[in-house]
Design a protein around this ligand. Structure first.
Ligand SMILES: Cc1cc2nc3c(=O)[nH]c(=O)nc-3n(C[C@H](O)[C@H](O)[C@H](O)COP(=O)(O)OP(=O)(O)OC[C@H]3O[C@@H](n4cnc5c(N)ncnc54)[C@H](O)[C@@H]3O)c2cc1C
Length: 378
C-alpha cells in the first residue's frame, strides 16, 4: 500500500493546481489519474483568464474570479521559475463582443449589476463600433460594439498543463497514471483509494476528477451534481498578429494561431464535433474579424465542460467524513491561481476561506438554480 499525506484524484488542471499548491506547503502528495484517453476539459479549452460577466446572480463568483485573475501573475512566475515554461499569460484586458444592440445592452446591464456588487476594482468600458475599431482595427463593420475590461486576459492552456505537471514533479508529487480510482473506503482514520495499480492511503483525499466526481463523491458522502456541456473549437494556421486582446469568440494565441470558439451544447457525454456547429462558429468569427475569411483552419475538436446546476464551483469538505474534499468548477484555467494559492492552504489545514463559503454542495439541496447562460461559457 502506498501512503502519503494527501491523495488527489484527477490530474487535470484542477487536480494538478491543487497538488502543486499542497506540495509547496510541505504536504506529501500523491496524484492519481485515469489516463490520457479519458475526458479532459483541461486539454480542450479556450485559455481565457476571464472575469467580466462572471457571477450573474452570485457576485461571490465575480469576486472569486477577480481574485484569481489578480493572483495569476504570481502563479505564472512561480511556474516559470520552477520549470522554465512560460505559460504566456497576458492580462492586457479582454473584449466581450456583442452581436446585436440587445446583446450589448444585456452585457452592460449585467456588468453594471456586478460592479455595484463588487465595487471599485470591478472595471469595464462600453465601446461602440467606432471606439472598438480604434482598439482593434480588424473588427468587422457589423459588430455593434463590445465591453472591454482590463481585468481579463488569457494564457496558453497546454503550456499551463505542462508547467503544472513539471512543477508537481519538481516538488516531489508522486503521479500515477492509469490509476483510475474505483472505490474509496475509510479505515483506521485513512482514506484508501482502490485502483488497478494498487491501493493508495492518506489522511486526506481530494476529488478533482472532473465529470467523474459525480460518482466518486458518493464514496465520501458528498453531493456532486456535475453534468457535461460540450464546447466545439476551431484553430487556424498561424497569422501575423492582428488581435491584441482576447475576445469571447476569437483569440490569437501566443503562437500566432487563432482559436475560434465555442459552442454550448447539452449532448451528454458525446465529445464529437459536428459540421453545422463548427460552421456557425467559423461564420461568427469571420463576422467579427473579416480578415479570417481566407484563413485555413488546421484543427477542430470538442471537449466537455464540467457544469454544476448553477454553473458555479463546488468546494466541499464531507461533513460525515472530514478530510475528504470535492473541488470542481467550469473555469479551471481562470481559477488555477485560486486553486493553487488559496484552496490548497484550506485543504492542508487552514481555516476555510470566507471567499468560498458560497460554493458548498449544500446549496443544491435547496434547488436554487439558474439557467446556463453565455457568460458561464468560459
Ligand atoms: C470548450 C471549452 C472551453 C473552455 N474554456 C475555458 C476558458 O477559456 N477558461 C477557463 O477558465 N476554463 C475554460 N474551460 C473549462 C476548463 O477547461 C475546465 O474547467 C478545466 O479543464 C477542468 O479541469 P479538471 O481538472 O476539473 O477536469 P478534467 O480536465 O476533465 O480532468 C479530470 C481528470 O480526472 C481524471 N479522472 C477521471 N476519473 C478518474 C478516476 N476515477 N480516477 C482517477 N482519475 C480520474 C481524468 O483522467 C482527467 O485527467 C473550457 C472548457 C471547455 C470544454
Amino acid at each position: 500500500m502506498h501512503t502519503s499525506d494527501i491523495v488527489v484524484v484527477g490530474a487535470g488542471l484542477v487536480g494538478s493546481a491543487l497538488a502543486w499548491g499542497l506540495s509547496r506547503l510541505d504536504q506529501k502528495v500523491t496524484i492519481l489519474d485515469e489516463g490520457d484517453q479519458t475526458l479532459r476539459a483541461s486539454r480542450g479549452n479556450f485559455g481565457l483568464v476571464w472575469v467580466q460577466g462572471k457571477g450573474a446572480g452570485l457576485s461571490d463568483y465575480a469576486r472569486w474570479s477577480l481574485r484569481s485573475a489578480t493572483q495569476w501573475p504570481e502563479l505564472a512566475s512561480a511556474l516559470t521559475a520552477q520549470t522554465g515554461v512560460d505559460v504566456a499569460l497576458q492580462q492586457k484586458g479582454g473584449l466581450s463582443l456583442a452581436l446585436s444592440e440587445d446583446d450589448l445592452q444585456s452585457k452592460v446591464k449585467n456588468l453594471e449589476w456586478l460592479r455595484g456588487e463588487v465595487g471599485a476594482p470591478y472595471d469595464f468600458e462600453v465601446l461602440d463600433n467606432k471606439a472598438l475599431k480604434e482598439l482593434v482595427p480588424s473588427i468587422g463593420p457589423t459588430i455593434p460594439g463590445a465591453t472591454y475590461s482590463p481585468m481579463d486576459g488569457h494564457v496558453n492552456p497546454l503550456k499551463l498543463f505542462l508547467a503544472l505537471h513539471r512543477a508537481m514533479h519538481h516538488q516531489g508529487v508522486s503521479l500515477h497514471s492509469n490509476a483510475a480510482v474505483e472505490r474509496i473506503e475509510r479505515k483506521g482514520g485513512l482514506f484508501i483509494c482502490h485502483t488497478a495499480a494498487g491501493k493508495f492511503a492518506a489522511k486526506k483525499v481530494v476529488l478533482a476528477a472532473g465529470l467523474a466526481n459525480k460518482k466518486l463523491a458518493q464514496h465520501v458522502d458528498i453531493h456532486a451534481p456535475v453534468e457535461p456541456n460540450r464546447g466545439q473549437v476551431l484553430i487556424t494556421e498561424r497569422l501575423p498578429t492582428f488581435l491584441n486582446f482576447p475576445t469571447n469568440y476569437v483569440r490569437q494565441t501566443d503562437e500566432g494561431t487563432v482559436q475560434l470558439g465555442d459552442s454550448l451544447e447539452d449532448v451528454g457525454y458525446n465529445d464529437g464535433t459536428t459540421t453545422p456547429v463548427l460552421q456557425n462558429i467559423a461564420q461568427r468569427a469571420v463576422r467579427c474579424f473579416p480578415i479570417l475569411a481566407n484563413t485555413r483552419v488546421v484543427r477542430s475538436w470538442a471537449a466537455l465542460r464540467i457544469m454544476s446546476p448553477d454553473g458555479f464551483p463546488i468546494y466541499q469538505e464531507s461533513s460525515s467524513m472530514p478530510g475528504a474534499f470535492l473541488v470542481t468548477c467550469h473555469s479551471g484555467v481562470t481559477l488555477a491561481a485560486n486553486h493553487a494559492l488559496t484552496l490548497a492552504p484550506w485543504i492542508a489545514g487552514d481555516q476555510k476561506p470566507e471567499a468560498i463559503q458560497a460554493f458548498t454542495a449544500n446549496r443544491f439541496n435547496a434547488a436554487r438554480t439558474s439557467p446556463l447562460g453565455e457568460e458561464h461559457a468560459h
